[in-house]
Design a protein around this ligand. Structure first.
Ligand SMILES: Nc1ncnc2c1ncn2[C@@H]1O[C@H](COP(=O)(O)OP(=O)(O)O)[C@@H](O)[C@H]1O
Ligand SMILES: [Mg+2]
Length: 328
């Protein structure tokens, strides 16, 4: 299951994605955590020290190597240089699994031991001043799009991505690459406006969007979210002393999280598990193709110097048949 946490900066995306990751790991589920936010904070939220977080490898820096691996011997892709972030997999491409060893994980993922269970963390890398406003800024998040498009995940296996909600995820197809999107919203007008904007973009692409209220204190906050969000409101996370202790540098065990907040994490897990039945590999693959064609036309063909539409393998569907090794 491919899951994204989005929302306004400061709403609690990193906090809730890290808690959800811990909750899944504690249930013994395999998880790949992906930090794709402009502000890279997921590592520390999962217990890494600042220096450990600073030493994390970045997907952005390994993009050529990632492309070379994923390309495999797909005859439609002439070289890694011809791969853009939306280049879809086809017959001959190498696909990733959540539970496996591969060169991408070996160079880019880092294992993190949690108080219950463990996960692997991938990070896009920090966005430097020079990145802002230029192509490589998008290419860092582009690595995540490329990985998700090549990832075959089974039921009860999870990729949890801490994303930015900004327009960057809409510049490409990234926002359509998830089985489930949790939009974290504080009970404020700004929190709701991000939700409205996201819903507007997501409408045409069957994005499964659910709002998770955060820092909700009391019945007025709850009523506000219910009124503004309606049926899209999945659960509300309260103001948490556990989270505050974490921020203060102590590592409280997950067991001590407030029971009502732990129940929210369980509700998210249930929602993720239910979403499995609604997966549609044909649609997922078709959307990847749609965004590839858009990117090809708007900048890709010019940049690479070929017609990137030729990379599309019409007979290929990213789906469960590859879980049996049929692609190999
Ligand atoms: N439920 C909560 N209770 C208490 N503090 C919270 C809660 N959720 C988030 N915070 C605090 O709010 C701040 C912003 O949260 P963060 O997860 O970093 O937001 P984002 O990733 O969306 O920018 C952090 O200091 C975090 O500890
Ligand atoms: Mg964050």
């Amino acid at each position: 299951m491919k899951i994204a946490f989005v929302g306004k900066g400061g709403s609690g995306k990193t906090t809730l994605s890290a808690l959800f990751i811990r909750h899944l790991a504690a249930a013994g589920r395999p998880v790949i955590a992906v930090d794709a936010d402009i502000n890279q904070h997921l590592g520390p939220a999962l217990g890494l020290s600042d220096s450990q977080a600073a030493d994390l490898p970045s997907l952005g820096a390994h993009l050529p190597q990632i492309k070379e691996y994923l390309r495999g011997d797909n005859p439609l892709i002439g070289s890694a240089d011809e791969m853009i972030k939306t280049t879809p997999p086809g017959r001959g491409s190498r696909l990733l699994r959540i539970v496996e060893e591969n060169p991408v994980y070996a160079s880019c993922a880092r294992p993190i031991a949690l108080d219950e269970g463990s996960v692997r963390l991938l990070a896009t890398g920090a966005f430097t001043e020079e990145d802002l406003g230029v192509a490589c800024y998008h290419s860092k998040v582009g690595a995540v799009e490329l990985l998700l498009n090549h990832l075959v995940d089974g039921q009860e296996e999870y990729v949890v991505t801490d994303m930015t909600a900004g327009s960057d995820s809409f510049a490409s197809g990234l926002f359509t690459r998830f089985d489930l999107t949790f939009l974290v919203a504080e009970p404020t007008r700004k929190g709701i406006s991000v939700y409205r904007q996201y819903k507007e973009y997501a409408r045409d692409f069957d994005v499964a969007l659910h709002v998770v209220g955060n820092k909700v204190q009391g019945p007025d906050d709850l009523a506000f979210l219910q009124r503004e969000v309606g049926d899209d409101l999945l659960a509300v996370f309260g103001h948490s002393e556990w989270v505050r202790r974490l921020e203060q540098g102590t590592e409280p065990p997950l067991q001590l999280l407030e029971p009502a907040n732990r129940a929210v994490l369980e509700a998210l897990k249930r929602q993720a598990d239910q979403a499995h039945a609604h997966r549609d590999p044909q649609r997922y693959t078709a959307q990847a193709v749609t965004f590839h064609l858009r990117n090809a036309q708007s900048w890709g063909n010019t940049k690479v110097g070929i017609d990137l539409a030729s990379q599309i393998d019409p007979g290929f569907v990213l789906g469960t048949d590859q879980l049996d090794g049929a692609h190999a």
